[in-house]
Design a protein. Structure first.
Length: 220
């Protein structure tokens, strides 16, 4: 299994491309599981404003994939598609994209539609922010504008380390990263905006700017 973990969908940038150009190939089929929103997206009309053609995130997700020659892109909507539709789309794709948003709500919807097993069976996953976090067994949430409190959540159980996404190196993030290390002692990767991870069968390759933290040391 291979996982691409980033903060951003823009993997057309050189820091990502040098690692992914042999992995993402023209003619591949991609499926974007677009159900990671916060609760302000309440129906298909709201969903279309975010993900439909001309929507806020449509081009931001599709253009980087198209830069690799991936043009067959399917979008899954929790408001439009049946569970059968979703399972078929997940099964048929070569690359499953897990978007950013609310990781706890993303997992809740994955469980509600019974998609966990199908996702875990995919050979190639691309997780962005929340979509990266939910690939972990356990992940922490650092308080920010969307989440008031520090919390631990359970993900898909595909990866056994922890992440600090959207890392800038500020004191607030470092304090909560250290708290996470103290509580669970999981190796933690801090991802700057121009950084990510490529994980293939448990082997982690750093892409761009990241920091690797353990209980005893930090590596850049």
């Amino acid at each position: 299994m291979t996982s691409i973990l980033t903060n951003t969908g823009d993997i057309a940038q050189p820091w990502a491309r040098r690692h992914l150009q042999k992995l993402l190939k023209p003619g591949m089929k991609a499926c974007i599981l677009a159900m990671s929103d916060f609760d302000n997206v309440k129906d298909q009309a709201d969903w279309e404003k975010d993900y439909g053609p001309g929507g806020t995130w449509h081009a931001a997700y599709e253009k980087p994939l198209q830069s690799y020659g991936i043009r067959d892109i399917t979008w899954i909507s929790p408001f439009r598609d049946t569970r059968t539709d979703m399972l078929q789309a997940i099964h048929d794709c070569d690359l499953l994209v897990l978007p950013g948003g609310a990781p706890d709500l993303f997992m809740k919807r994955i469980r509600r539609f019974g998609l966990k097993k199908a996702i875990r069976e995919k050979n190639l996953l691309f997780g962005i922010s929340a979509g990266a976090m939910i690939q972990l067994q356990d992940y922490h949430i650092t308080p920010d504008d969307d989440y008031a409190d520090f919390a631990w959540q359970t993900g898909l159980g595909l990866l056994s380390f922890d992440l600090e996404c959207h890392f800038t190196g500020n004191r607030h993030q470092r304090e909560h990263l250290e708290r996470a290390l103290e509580e669970k002692d999981l190796e933690t990767w801090a991802l700057y905006e121009d950084g990510g991870l490529l994980v293939t069968d448990g082997i982690v390759t750093a892409m761009g700017r990241v920091e690797r933290h353990s209980a005893n040391r930090t590596e850049s």
